[in-house]
Design a protein around this ligand. Sequence first.
Ligand code: PLP
Length: 455
Amino acid sequence: MTEEYKKLLRQVLCYTESYLENISQTSPFPDQNCIDELKRFHESLPITPSDPMEVMELLNQIGGKGTTAQIGGRYFGFVNGGLLPVSHAAQWLTDTWNQNSALYLMSPIASVLEQICEQWLIELLNLDINTAAGLVTGSSNAIICALTAARNHILRKQGYDVVEHGMRGAPPIRIIVNEQAHSSIWSALSILGIGKQEVIAAPVDGRGSICVEKLPMLNENTLLIIQAGNVTGGAFDPIDQLCDQSNLAKTWVHIDGAFGLWAAASRKYKKLVTGLEKADSYSVDCHKTLNAGYDCGIVLCKNRKALMDAMHATGSYIQYSKNRDGMLYTTEMSRRARSVVLWATLKQLGRSGVENLIDALGEKAEYFANGLEKAGFVIINPVSFNQFICKCNSPELTQKVLGNIQNSGVCWCSGGKWDNEPIIRVSVCSHATTFGDIDKSISAFVSALKSSNIQ
Ligand SMILES: *Cc1c(COP(=O)(O)O)cnc(C)c1O
């Protein structure tokens, strides 16, 4: 290792320390000056190499200021998780190792830890003992993997091999989806050759949760896609009842549990996902509720063979081993060694650490919502997990207030629509959020409301 290389990494450690030291005073979204400065990146492709130290300096100085303070305590946008110290550190080490986790032969450590993570996830989430896990970029990809396994399995039961013959001549599949499904479900279906017009919407109640009594007919050629956690309203579908009906009809059930599946690891919240072990496949993110950092999604499939058959890749140069070859469970071959980061996170937290993390997010979401309600905001649904939506007395006011919150420099929330009206979404998704952060954020909401009333 050269002195320059060492110096470079030490310099980056300094940058990291200073970023972390300042995070609690940093605006959750960069101000206009910082965004204007990003123009400095616009140049034509350099003709010749430059000093890596200078590259990192530019990145730190200008790039760092163009970040959202997502690892701070007052970023409540979308459902973007925070980053635990152990996960951060494990990412660094993993990056140093630069492992490709496609095959055991490419990285024994990634393979061994992937196997262990699979077992631990089964225990933690109380899944069927044979469940297979594949580590992917995020839920969008996990959903593609799971729905491919489901589609191929349902068609194979009808004597049709879609891998050989394609979708054009395939017998029909009944696809039933929570009418408020996340957009990634629709894109996955379209990638699988299934159009929106072919999908049957399962009607939901006022909170966005499937009404069991209005569930369209199920049969053995049905794929039912439900959710543990509506990305806007936060509601969970009645998993237990939906799975019971599906099991009777031999329907494949997929649960999109990007952030909500983690409820299974908490004694307080697991009632939200009662019966989840009866489903066939799941998609979940470790970068959301678990705070393990990007990118770390998981596809889980009870029928291991169905997932492996669907993802199967061959090539004369591919050398499978008796050990776990991670690529067999995903659409991806070359992959960073996500298992290392996931293992380190679960090893450090243990069962009770995961539970405390989840419970704290939920408790703080409730505290936040109560504070806002007292301050005159309308909380639209009861808070069931880590996120909620709220509004003001008129749609125009809600829009204005959201704009003022986003410009407050104190906290940051994203918007959305509920019942065709604008809303403010609050997702408490970082371990770094303290009650003090929430008090400051509630004050920022109140100031935003006051100044919007004047505007
Ligand atoms: C975030 C999310 C997704 C998509 O996950 P990515 O990791 O962003 O690909 C899907 N479904 C729900 C409910 C989500 O919250």
